[in-house]
Design a protein around this ligand. Structure first.
Ligand code: NDP
Length: 245
């Protein structure tokens, strides 16, 4: 277990982020879940309490760079630095390239990619000072292999991979690791809204022929956060039932 126990998870209120919150809390860390919806955050906090975990929650829109920076720097000041940062908040605004609006492109890039840049920049000084940090970026198989109808989303997720590898090289000597998880097709609110036909088509592309569960992504995040992963950096771990191999 690392010295600094503070773990911040963006988009921690539900889906994959929620399971990552529980996995890191289970490692004995002080976990802060960030998301926009205060009610969902409060519900998570109460539910976690019932399970015996004291998690912290904070409503923040990750596309508001100033607010996100302030929140992360404030948490770092309070807790002697950030130990683990999981950039998980993400959205989709799918559509064909020819008819995609600037807004759909910009929203996805700002939520999925720029927020990770802003959050990392806010946390990194304390990680370097403490000579410890674990940065985990939640990418997607779409960022590895592309996906028709998701040019904006895939660009954001490939961007995270490039950022991960570049930053991993920058900070490797400071005992700060930077890794990506590329989930496949996971059962959450994000995929629940897809028409059955799309779900069937996506499942057919998966060698295991089934969707994954958010907990399976959380296990990968717990690994990257752990001391067992201390010599692992700049990696992209696809957790996808074999989809992107
Ligand atoms: P969900 O839609 O279930 O949850 C998204 C989370 O992100 C929520 O907690 C949401 O909270 C938060 N969020 C969204 N926008 C913002 C924002 N502007 N500011 C702060 N928080 C925000 O998504 P998943 O759990 O499915 O996805 C999590 C991550 O995994 C995403 O990055 C996604 O791209 C990636 N992924 C998911 C896959 C899947 O199949 N589900 C596959 C590959 C990657 P709130 O709405 O309350 O703000």
């Amino acid at each position: 277990m690392s010295e600094n126990k503070l773990a911040i998870v963006t988009g921690g209120s539900r889906g994959i982020g929620r399971e990552i919150v529980y996995a890191l809390a289970g490692q004995g860390r002080t976990v802060v879940a960030l998301a926009t919806n205060q009610e969902r955050l409060d519900a998570l906090q109460s539910e976690a309490k019932e399970k015996g975990y004291d998690i912290l929650v904070k409503a923040v829109d990750v596309t508001d760079s100033e607010q996100l920076t302030e929140v992360i720097q404030g948490l770092a000041d309070e807790h002697g630095g950030v130990g683990i940062l999981v950039n998980n908040a993400g959205i989709t605004r799918d559509g064909l390239m020819m008819s995609m609006s600037d807004e759909a492109f910009d929203q996805v890039i700002e939520t999925n990619l720029k927020s990770a840049f802003v959050a990392i920049r806010a946390a990194l000084r304390s990680m370097i000072r403490n000579k410890f940090g674990r940065i985990i970026n939640i990418s997607s198989v779409a960022g590895v292999m592309g996906n028709a109808g998701q040019t904006n989303y895939a660009a954001s997720k490939s961007g995270l991979i490039g950022m991960t590898k570049s930053l991993a090289r920058e900070v490797a000597r400071k005992n700060v690791t930077v890794n990506c998880i590329a989930p496949g097709f996971i059962a959450t609110d994000m995929t629940d809204v897809l028409p059955d036909k799309v779900k069937e088509g996506a499942t057919a592309m998966i060698p295991m022929q089934k969707m994954g569960q958010a907990e399976q992504i959380a296990h990968a995040a717990a690994y990257f956060a752990s001391d067992q992963a201390s010599y692992t950096t700049g990696q992209v771990l696809c957790v996808d039932g074999g989809m992107a191999m």
